[in-house]
Design a protein around this ligand. Structure first.
Ligand code: SF4
Length: 257
């Protein structure tokens, strides 16, 4: 799996390899069990039940649903200048629809914010073939399979890391800013620095917080953002304004209009 990730020639090749990964027995069992049993509200749907690859610029290709068009012609909008790094797919969201942050309440909040920021062509994300395209943004998770209780183990995070490393390597020429959604994603970024950029992570590690900003000369800027989970948005820990401020800052740092 490590070797397969390293030799992925482009994002489409990487996506194909990710969706065929069975490296974590616990997560494979869980993603497939959820897909078999299904939630009552989605009983008539055919769950994806596999790893969920990244989505967005430059190809807007979903793991399920095929290739979409670039958001615009050549320029910053069709380049992955901003990456959004999440935790893992939701059992009845990405694990159901086959596209990251698609079909759940977290995705509703995230894509509405991206649309307000001018980074998405529509405010909703309900299915892999719903016409959504992102401009200047690519989204992927630190762990590509839905974990029980949304809690991957450290070992599963480390096992899945080569997929993140390769995805970042493939968009490295255009990538300027990474928005880490939550402390788990924030922590998952530091090994990328070493593996992809050959940069020694800062020590001690900068502490995660909403609006936290780390800047390194030979790597993308890192911005912290509270996760768009219902736990944060329903309680007011993460407000619409806080989310908008982070994406405004990301656009500014990335040179995306
Ligand atoms: S979590 Fe990552 S490494 Fe583990 S099975 Fe899923 S895609 Fe493979």
């Amino acid at each position: 799996m490590v070797a397969r990730a390293a030799r992925a020639t482009d994002l489409a090749d990487l996506d194909g390899a990710i969706t065929d990964c069975f490296a974590c027995p616990r997560l494979v069992d869980w993603r497939e069990e959820v897909a078999r049993t299904r939630r009552a509200a989605f009983r008539d749907q055919d769950y994806w039940g596999r790893p969920v690859p990244g989505f967005g610029a430059p190809d807007n290709r979903a793991g399920r649903g095929g290739a979409g068009p670039p958001a615009t012609g050549p320029g910053p909008a069709s380049e992955a200048r901003i990456a959004i790094l999440g935790l893992a797919p939701a059992a009845h969201g990405g694990n159901r629809t086959g596209r990251v942050f698609t079909g759940d309440r977290s995705g509703d909040v995230l894509f509405a914010a991206l649309h307000r920021a001018g980074l998405a062509n529509q405010p909703t994300s309900v299915a892999a073939d719903d016409g959504l395209t992102l401009a200047g943004v690519r989204i992927f998770a630190a762990v590509r399979c839905a974990p029980p209780d949304n809690k991957p183990t450290p070992a599963e995070r480390d096992t899945c890391a080569p997929w993140v490393h390769r995805e970042v390597a493939l968009i490295r020429p255009t990538l300027r800013v990474v928005v880490a959604l939550g402390a788990f994603a924030w922590a998952a970024w530091w090994p990328v620095l070493r593996q992809v950029y050959g940069v020694r992570p800062p020590s001690p590690r900068p502490v995660f917080g909403h609006g936290a900003h780390w800047s390194g000369s030979a790597a993308p800027d890192l911005l912290g953002c509270y996760h768009v989970s219902q736990q944060n948005t329903f309680t007011g820990r993460l407000t619409t304004q806080m989310l908008d401020d982070v994406f405004a800052r990301a656009k500014q740092l990335a040179g995306v209009d």
